[in-house]
Design a protein. Structure first.
Length: 160
C-alpha cells in the first residue's frame, strides 16, 4: 500500500476518532459550568443534526461513486444511499459545536472535517454533494441550536 492510499484511508476512516479524542480532552479541560453548557449544546445539536440528516437522506438519493462508476472503493462499503456522509456529518458537527467556545480549535476541526470529506471522496465512497450536504446540515443545525440556547440563557438572566 502506498503512502497516498494509506493517507486517504486514515483520513476517511480514522481521522474522526482523533477529533473525538481531542474534543473529549478539550471538554474535560473546561470548568464545570462550561462543561455543562457544552454538553447540553452538543447533545442537542448532535441529536437534531442526525435527525435532519436522516430526513435529508430520505428526500435525496445519491448513489455512491463506486456503484455508479463500477469500481472497487478503497474502503468496503454497502452500496446504499451516499447522501449525506455520516463521517463528514459527525466531523462537521464536532467542529460546529466546538467553534463557539474555542474558535482556534473550532477552525482546526473545520479543517479536519474538510479532510475527512475529501478523504471519503478520494476513497470512492462519497461524491462531493454528500460531503457538502453533510457540512451544510451540521453548520446550519448547530448554529441554530447555539443561537436558541444563547437566547434562552439571555432570557433567563433578564428574568432573574
Amino acid at each position: 500500500m502506498d503512502l497516498r492510499t494509506l493517507t486517504i484511508i486514515i483520513g476517511a476512516r480514522y481521522l474522526i476518532y482523533f477529533m473525538l479524542l481531542i474534543g473529549g480532552i478539550y471538554f474535560v479541560s473546561l470548568q464545570r459550568e462550561q462543561r455543562r453548557q457544552l454538553a447540553i449544546f452538543g447533545i442537542t445539536a448532535f441529536l437534531i443534526t442526525y435527525i435532519v440528516a436522516w430526513i435529508a437522506g430520505l428526500l435525496y438519493y445519491d448513489p455512491r461513486p463506486f456503484v455508479s462508476g463500477h469500481f472497487i472503493p478503497l474502503l468496503p462499503h454497502a452500496p446504499d444511499n451516499g447522501f449525506p456522509s455520516d463521517h463528514t456529518l459527525l466531523a462537521s458537527a464536532i467542529a460546529a459545536v466546538i467553534y463557539p467556545t474555542n474558535r482556534p480549535l473550532g477552525l482546526i476541526f473545520w479543517g479536519l472535517a474538510i479532510l475527512v470529506g475529501i478523504s471519503r471522496i478520494a476513497a470512492g465512497v462519497h461524491s462531493p454533494i454528500d460531503i457538502i450536504g453533510s457540512m451544510v446540515i451540521a453548520f446550519l443545525v448547530c448554529t441554530g441550536v447555539h443561537a436558541a440556547l444563547e437566547a434562552r440563557r439571555k432570557q433567563k438572566r433578564n428574568t432573574v
